[in-house]
Design a protein around this ligand. Sequence first.
Ligand code: ATP
Ligand code: MG
Length: 540
Amino acid sequence: MADLEISNFIHNIIDKDLADGKNGGKVYTRFPPEPNGYLHIGHAKSICLNFTTAQKYGGKCNLRFDDTNPVKEDVEYVDSIQEDVKWLGFEWDKLLFASSYFDIMFHCAVKLIREGKAYVCDLSADEIREYRGTLTQPGKESPYRNRSIEENMDLFLRMKEGEFPDGAKILRAKIDMASPNINMRDPALYRIAHQSHHKTGDEWCIYPMYDFAHPIEDAIEGITHSICTLEFEDHRPLYDWVIRETCWENPPQQIEFARLNLTNTVMSKRYLKALVDNGDVTGWDDPRMPTIAGIRRRGYTPEAVRDFCERIGVAKANSTVETELLEHCVREDLKDKTVSKMVVMDPIKVTVRNYPEGRTEMVEVENSKNPEDGSRMVPFSRDLYVDRTDFMEEPVKGYFRLFPGNEVRFKGAYFLVCEEVIKDENGEVVELICTYDPETKCGGTFSARKVKGTIHWVDANSAVPIKVNAYNQLFIDGEDGKQVVNPESLKVYNAFAEPAVGEMKAGERCQFFRHGYYIKDTKTGDFNRIVDLKSSWKKK
Ligand code: ATP
Ligand code: MG
């Protein structure tokens, strides 16, 4: 992980709070996902921020499921979210569910009604929108605003008892319909939803709204710094109102930061769910998905994701980070953790004419540029494969790989020269006839001439056939400027690999020499391209 300390305005706020003796010197944070989908890389930023902030100040961080909306929530998501947080390398203090506070929230609502600070409103959703006013015009008061406390209490209890259908009534805060902040114009606190909840079953048919529930959840858990994304900035006065009016000893403080946006990436659980439901991808953990489950299967490492989150820092203004930076972090992490193997993606047959038929020798190939990584023995024979991209019949200027008459080194083995090109009836190259120079064996003393190119190869007899999934970005710009699914986001290769690749375990990573970093897929046993070798990312 990069240990450079990037300025983090949230830590500056906490430093000041600690200096002022606030919260008894405690720093409690929480990561509060709604279990309505799998987490994405944007959530990773929030996870890293909340957990590392608690770590930095010797505090605690809870994992709290914000499960107050039964309609879209599911236990599958509850499980996947825990797995993702653990994979990123964090341990929560407590695992909590907002739904276990439904009683307390209900009592808070009753308290507000009793004090004349909340009322039951019969306006329809459309009417409420109409009455709300606009940014430039104040709202109108609801005709139900001045119901008596007794009537409100009676109606609210009957809402709870299930007497009214969905949408018939809501409980609203009585604040100020003329407030310049629309969120303060008598916002909804409770709504009716005859829906089973994944935790509470059919116990409730009224559910609290996010803006009412969230501050209470934070207060119950003794959260000191409630970190959320920027779109909640205008909701902060309401957050503070709820905390104040429902009376908590240690009021939590909401702090907003800019959410992570990545180029060519859509980060919205709703949108990602649609991709899954439409079959555009194979599932939430499709290796092309920007979900944590997806990038895990793709082969990204938690170290790389944490490094990325640290490098992008925490800001108060929205911006878009280049996806290439994330890929750069992945390369940086993998380069010293993986050894390289030889894999031919798109094979052309090579016959070494002057190499004895039936003979196989083992040649020594280094595992990486780092001598400490050692070497391995790889079979070499008369029948080989090379990559189609390593041959050009008519080479362009500066091309040092195989072309007729050109001599190159076959990595770890000999110098070979291409003598003859064999094509099929369509003119496609199917075989290269080469000769080798036995004097040039790698590791020997040969020094009479040098070659400019080194290419990788595999021995045809011992090669292991593998399926390789080369992923490209999942999203591209559509005609209307919106992101659409890239029809070329997956290219499959039927490749040949040296024997050692056949022994790799599921989840194991390596470098395919000159191609990139790959992982053996945990589900299919195919090989996924994690990231290619070249970096197009430049530090600005
Ligand atoms: P989505 O719109 O993708 O469903 P969400 O914000 O509704 O995301 P939540 O489950 O409510 O998802 O999010 C849990 C936490 O993660 C919240 O504190 C939220 O602010 C944070 N979060 C969500 N998306 C991002 C992002 N792109 N960058 C940083 N933090 C994010
Ligand atoms: Mg949400």
